[in-house]
Design a protein around this ligand. Sequence first.
Ligand SMILES: CC(C)(COP(=O)(O)OP(=O)(O)OC[C@H]1O[C@@H](n2cnc3c(N)ncnc32)[C@H](O)[C@@H]1OP(=O)(O)O)[C@@H](O)C(=O)NCCC(=O)NCCS
Length: 165
Amino acid sequence: MTTTPNLPITRLNSTEDIEICTKIFSNSEPWITLGMDSELFIKILSDPLNEVYVLKVEKEIAGVVVLQMQGPFPGYVKAIVIDGKWKGKGYGRLLLEFSEQRVFKESPNVFLCVSSFNDKAQPFYQKMGYQKIGVIENYLISGLSEILMRKTKGPVFGYNQTDTN
Ligand SMILES: CC(C)(COP(=O)(O)OP(=O)(O)OC[C@H]1O[C@@H](n2cnc3c(N)ncnc32)[C@H](O)[C@@H]1OP(=O)(O)O)[C@@H](O)C(=O)NCCC(=O)NCCS
């Protein structure tokens, strides 16, 4: 178990930070293989329907998470990344746990998709308590699948928003 200090996680709020986050995403797998370029990330990071949070370590952006709280499956982690040198130090756990707390304030389910070839993120999500719901074949790219995963606190009906422990 890695221990992490309390670090600032804040809402993405400047054009400069959008550019930094765009670089972090577009230079990382799985998005390189998926062919997701800078233009697409600028769109995602600027979309007011997404909630984007950044984790700063030593004043640098070390991680980014994009959450979707609208739509038929609210509480969807659209993308999460820890930048190169900060990986494997507990920051991914910190950012995902922060995202879960955010989602559980409104909804009992956190959903995410992980690419079939992303064999590093899959054990990370399993470790974080996510369960496989199903496989969506040929979803983003022909021949590749997305694995839909969920962490849940129980059914939607009767969910007590204050019970977030
Ligand atoms: C996946 C990712 C977010 C994980 O972040 P991280 O900071 O490297 O992970 P952490 O150090 O917080 O690890 C958290 C836990 O998961 C475990 N874990 C992380 N990666 C693992 C791996 N590849 N295999 C097994 N366990 C792993 C750690 O051992 C740790 O366990 P612990 O808390 O009990 O010690 C990060 O590696 C990343 O940005 N990858 C590239 C982008 C990506 O694939 N994003 C997901 C897209 S769906």
